[in-house]
Design a protein around this ligand. Structure first.
Ligand code: GLC
Ligand code: CA
Length: 560
């Protein structure tokens, strides 16, 4: 196949609301991004994926879209978008927008017509969404059609009095799900997507892409996720988008889906498929949850990090797509906590663990997505009050925790450790007020450590995390590390993260300790001629038996 630009790229995920505020209203915006394009170029990124920028009541920070064709006034104007695309292209940076096709806002005119039997366009739009009649219990009380649970923690059904029906929302109740079985609805989505392509957008990240088909038998289930996740028919819809919109217009796409078999992975992003180019999956993201915890269950409970699980997940994807498709590598996005606070150690081993995480991820093959702020080692939030948080998910889950027996402090700690808001606080540019993000109080508070952790401080320090990222990204390009072939070493080791990535010119050996205690390793490989190129304590010659300090990580290179 012909090599595509995204195979050699480094993608930056930019959380628009928190990147840079240009007009001092406390909210990041397009002019803010434009003012920082040189920064992104200097870091070495080739493409920027920008979180949803459309008109929205911001119930879910813009994933709830009320007008697909308008730019949210929080972020600027369509002229700003055009200016961004033009200026980014001059720096060889592609622009990737977030495309939300699973749901709209309940304030979108489609839904306004759909829910109101007296609206003149009711008939057309009612069927754009998913409705079910109420059920009644033995006492004759109205009950929900099923007990399915939304991803944000409440029921998936919301009652609509005027039609005496419930509508389905697998996220918040302000985000009704679209009915992909309706041809007119699909045609409208295709037209809208084409409109943004014509404006000059280079690609899309397709939100919640494995949820677009539902089980229309509506069987009982609790939580019932299998009734609205990865139902085989969703591939037909994605292929239709691919064939009719994405492929003929030569735009790049990446989907979002938790879990996939090899067959499915190839359907999503095999070289010869017609759905996406790459897939964002979550196999490695919650290797430390506790599914037995009854008070703050699942991802909300902090268990021991299962390092093997992380390695096996990456390994599985490398093997599934080897020669047949292209992998993405990333630590986290805007839906998970900050990697340095999550898999690293943001107190005692801040620098060591930050670098360890950079080495272990960015010497693997595939196209990297670096998440805004990761490159300067931003941490989880330090919020003290519930109302410091912003995410819609936080508030439903806080109630759940309290009902499940948590104290306020336990619930708050779970939010500080695990909530999505951790990744969404304002970028820490410098040590001036609000970290240089805005002159006024930002829409969500800057983390107080901005005086120590900020870009300005790291820029001129060759040993900083920022310069580590920058230098690895440069090397990635020179050595075509994206294109390598990876072999994990001693993959069953529960504490280490060790692999060789072989490229055309070199072999890169990464040896890392994922724990905050010392470990010892025996490397059963030929170690001759490997040179130590990165280290987070001291430079070290390679030996077959090696003792590693907490979070110690080393990168070796062998010229072929
Ligand atoms: C995706 C997004 C997430 C959003 C959800 C609903 O999972 O990444 O932030 O809340 O879809 O659009
Ligand atoms: Ca602003």
């Amino acid at each position: 196949m012909i090599r595509k630009w995204w195979q050699d790229a480094i993608i930056y995920q930019l959380y628009l609301r928190s990147f840079k505020d240009s007009n001092n209203d406390g909210i990041g915006d397009f002019q803010g991004v434009i003012s920082k394009l040189d920064y992104l170029s200097d870091l070495g990124v080739n493409a920027v994926w920008i979180s949803p920028h459309y008109e929205s009541p911001m119930d879910d920070n813009g994933y709830d879209i009320s007008d697909f064709y308008k730019v949210s006034k929080d972020y600027g104007t369509i002229e700003d978008v055009k200016e961004l695309i033009e200026k980014a292209h001059k720096l060889n940076i592609k622009i990737i927008f977030d495309l939300v096709l699973n749901h709209t806002s309940d304030e979108m005119d489609w839904f306004v017509a759909a829910k109101d039997p007296n609206h003149k366009e009711h008939e057309k739009y009612h069927d754009y969404y998913i409705w079910q009649p109420p059920k009644y219990n033995e006492q004759g009380d109205r009950i929900m059609p099923t007990q399915w649970r939304s991803w944000f923690g409440g029921p998936v059904w919301e009652y609509n009095e005027p039609t005496n029906e419930y509508y389905l929302h697998i996220f918040s109740k302000k985000m009704p799900d679209l009915n992909w079985r309706n041809e007119d609805m699909k045609a409208d989505l295709k037209k809208m997507t084409k409109w943004w392509i014509d404006l000059g957008v280079d690609g899309f990240r397709v939100d919640a892409s494995n949820h677009i088909e539902k089980n229309w038998d509506f069987p009982e289930g609790h939580p019932g996720y299998e009734n609205f996740s990865s139902i085989p028919k969703h591939h037909e819809y994605l292929e239709e988008m691919g064939k009719e919109v994405f492929i003929p217009n030569d735009v790049f796409t990446m989907g979002e889906s938790g879990g996939a078999s090899q067959e499915e992975a190839i359907k999503y992003c095999g070289f010869n498929n017609e759905e996406f180019d790459m897939l964002i999956h979550f196999g490695h993201c919650w290797a430390d949850g506790d599914w037995d915890n009854k008070i703050t269950p699942g991802k909300w409970a902090k268990g021991k990090i299962d390092v093997k699980h992380i390695k096996y997940s990456f390994d599985k994807w490398f093997k599934m797509l080897k020669g047949e498709g292209w992998n993405i590598i990333y630590w986290h996005n805007h839906d998970q906590p900050r990697i340095l606070s999550h898999y690293g150690n943001d107190s005692e081993y801040y620098n060591e663990s930050g670098k360890m995480l950079a080495y272990t991820l960015y010497f693997m093959p595939g196209t990297p997505i670096v998440y805004q702020g990761e490159e300067i080692g931003m941490t989880n939030v330090d919020y003290k009050e519930l109302n410091d948080f912003r995410d819609v998910e936080v508030f439903t889950e806080y109630k759940n925790f309290m009902n499940q027996g948590a104290t306020h402090e336990v619930a708050m700690q779970a939010l500080r450790d695990r909530s999505r808001d951790n990744a969404r606080s304002p970028f820490q540019w410098d040590s001036s007020v609000n970290g240089g993000f805005s002159q006024v109080t930002p829409w969500m508070n800057t983390v107080k450590n901005y005086k120590e952790i900020n870009l300005e401080k790291q820029k001129n320090d060759p040993k900083s995390l920022f310069n580590t990222y920058k230098s690895i990204f440069k090397l990635r390009k020179e050595e075509s590390i994206n294109n390598g072939d990876i072999t994990f070493i001693d993959i069953d080791n529960e504490d280490s993260y060790t692999y060789i990535n072989e490229t055309d010119k070199s072999k890169f050996l990464v040896v890392a300790n994922f724990r905050n205690v010392k470990i010892a390793l025996s490397l059963d490989i030929n170690i001759e001629n490997y040179k130590n190129i990165y280290y987070n304590y001291n430079i070290r010659e390679l030996t077959n038996y090696i003792e590693l300090k907490p979070y110690e990580a080393l990168v070796y290179k062998l010229d072929k």
